[in-house]
Ligand binder design. Structure first.
Ligand SMILES: C[S@@+](CC[C@H](N)C(=O)[O-])C[C@H]1O[C@@H](n2cnc3c(N)ncnc32)[C@H](O)[C@@H]1O
Length: 210
């Protein structure tokens, strides 16, 4: 068992993919109730709604799908089929129990996604581009599995966006790899949240693969 208690504070302090695997193995069973419901987590809802409002359609890849909260909202909005990818088999196990995903793909995004190129018409991600998790260096791996014109809706923690240079990474991708970039700032948690992160925000980056 990890020495770190599975909570937001521990998640933000992670330093490696192995750290992530360890923490989420412990957190998987309690994540929906002990974190998302308790903290009035909203980011998956904002991300799924932004994807649909932008005209996003399946097949969709949910990146860092975790226990499947974003996929569940997407599915409720009539989007499908949806595949889940995540580094944590325990989180994916919880996601598959929701009975909304077509397939679960266990993978470390830093090493690429083991599916054929141009497999998806849409890519969503909520809560995975954040402190201690993933930076802009994995965006090319996401673009590889997307078709021409595929709609992306990726949440990026606002502080992490600044700290990890997402603005310049996205500017580079705008030179021929992505189009129609829009950034929308949203609150990660709802009015029932308490604690030091209750007012944190994220950008939803909406763009299409060129
Ligand atoms: C905060 S959770 C978000 C889960 C879900 N999308 C949500 O909004 O509730 C972050 C997820 O990113 C996954 N993750 C972290 N590092 C990863 C990596 N290198 N490759 C793939 N997934 C990773 C974790 O296992 C975890 O399920």
């Amino acid at each position: 068992m990890s020495a770190k208690k599975p909570d937001l504070h521990a998640a933000y302090a992670l330093e490696s993919p192995d750290d992530n695997k360890r923490l989420y193995a412990e957190w998987a069973g309690d994540y929906d109730e002990g974190f998302a419901a308790l903290e009035d987590y909203q980011l998956h809802i904002h991300t799924a709604r932004a994807f649909v409002a932008a005209g996003g359609q399946g097949p969709v890849l949910d990146v860092g799908a975790g226990t499947g909260l974003c996929g569940a909202v997407l599915s409720g909005l009539g989007v499908g089929p949806i595949d889940a990818t995540d580094i944590s088999s325990e989180m994916l196990h919880e996601a598959m129990r929701k009975d909304i995903y077509r397939d679960a793909i266990e993978a470390d995004l830093n090493e690429g996604i083991p599916v054929p190129r141009e497999s998806y018409s849409g890519v969503v991600s909520s809560g995975t581009f954040t402190h201690g998790h993933l930076g802009p260096e994995v965006l090319p791996a996401l673009l590889r599995v997307a078709r021409h014109g595929a709609q992306f809706a990726l949440s990026i923690n606002s502080q992490h966006y600044e700290a990890k240079g997402f603005a310049s990474a996205l500017r580079e991708l705008e030179k021929g790899k992505i189009e129609n970039l829009q950034l929308k700032e949203v609150r990660i948690y709802g009015d029932l949240a308490a604690g030091p992160n209750k007012d944190d925000t994220a950008y939803i980056a909406l763009f299409e693969k060129a």
